[in-house]
Write a new protein. Structure first.
Length: 323
């Protein structure tokens, strides 16, 4: 085997196994260095923290698979999270708790779907560049949330709603199970449904997909709607975990985390590929890197640099896949 062939072989192996290898390395490092890393409470904390990243990353993966990008996910989280307490703390909801709880979960997610529909229409119908189209809600979505709450921190006590963030099933956090359900459903959709095949076709070659009769506009709109809906759900989980809603902080920089998780998980930025479980793996890696730095006394700002380095490495791995 020639030297060039050996290098290409090594790059191919790195591209294929890079994510799992990185995860194992981070785990071994933490076992050796980080205090109390194997304590069950550490597991619960990391599941709670990674759940929102993973949920949004699944939606982001679908959008990137079409050749797009969504910068509005953090703002949609903030909007959804701001609306929920306003609903279940209203006088009508307090008089009818079951209806109030249902509305507090359902209405924000419906609003999130509407935001995704707006993004999708701009991209697919009006041919606005995805980064520009989603920048609109990136700027305005959080502003709307701040207006709704008058910029105030909303605190509450509502055990039924808080179950989204603090509940447990079989001893594990509820949101962990929710991530598993969402990931399996999204994987099945991509791998076995007509929409999934159309999604990958649009991202792989949009012109060819259109000539083949694929409803390109509907496919793109669907991806943005799903992404926004999952972002809205993630916003509700953040609020439920904290029993408080701060529109200025919910989902802050989630765009970076979700894109990084998707790319680390093997999603190609040019579209045509949607590795759902890869995105979950990427989210776990992003969270563990953040946790490792914080648990060992490294400033939070350094985590941003680490995330940037992870993205650079992931892009390098993507180049290896293409070669």
């Amino acid at each position: 085997m020639t030297t060039g062939a050996m290098l290409n072989f090594d790059k191919a192996r790195i591209a294929h196994y890079g994510g799992p290898i990185a995860l194992v390395a981070i785990l071994l490092f933490n076992v050796a260095i980080t205090p109390n890393f194997l304590h069950p409470q550490t597991l619960f904390v990391n599941i709670s923290q990674v759940a929102t990243i993973a949920i949004v990353a699944v939606g982001m993966t679908l959008v990137i698979a079409t050749g797009g990008i969504d910068l509005s996910v953090g703002a949609i989280m903030a909007l959804s999270g701001a609306m929920a307490p306003l609903i279940f703390l209203s006088p009508y909801a307090e008089a009818y708790p079951t209806i109030g709880l249902t509305a507090a979960i359902g209405v924000p997610i419906l609003v999130a779907f509407a935001c995704g529909l707006f993004n999708g229409v701009l991209v697919s119908v009006f041919n606005v560049q995805p980064i520009v189209a989603t920048l609109i809600f990136f700027i305005s979505g959080r502003g709307i949330a701040l207006v709704l709450t008058n910029g105030n921190l909303q605190t509450f006590t509502n055990p039924a709603f808080s179950y989204l963030g603090t509940g447990k099933i079989l001893g594990l956090p509820f949101q962990g199970w929710l991530v598993a359900i969402i990931a399996i459903a999204a994987w099945w959709m991509v791998a076995h449904s007509t929409y999934g095949r159309q999604l990958l076709a649009v991202g792989g070659n949009e012109r060819a997909a259109r000539l083949s009769g694929v409803p390109v506009r509907k496919v793109k709109i669907g991806a943005y709607v799903i992404c926004a809906g999952l972002s809205g759900l993630a916003g509700l989980i953040v609020v439920a975990i904290n029993s408080a809603s701060d529109a200025a902080r919910i989902g802050n920089l989630m765009e970076l985390d979700a894109i990084a998780a998707a790319v680390v998980g093997g999603t190609l930025l040019q579209g045509g590929r949607a590795p759902i479980f890869g995105a979950i793996l990427g989210a776990v890696i992003i969270q563990l890197v953040k946790y490792t730095l914080l648990a060992n006394g490294v400033a939070d700002e350094v985590a941003l640099i680490a995330k940037a380095a992870i993205i650079i490495l992931a892009v390098y791995v993507q180049q290896a896949r293409r070669e």
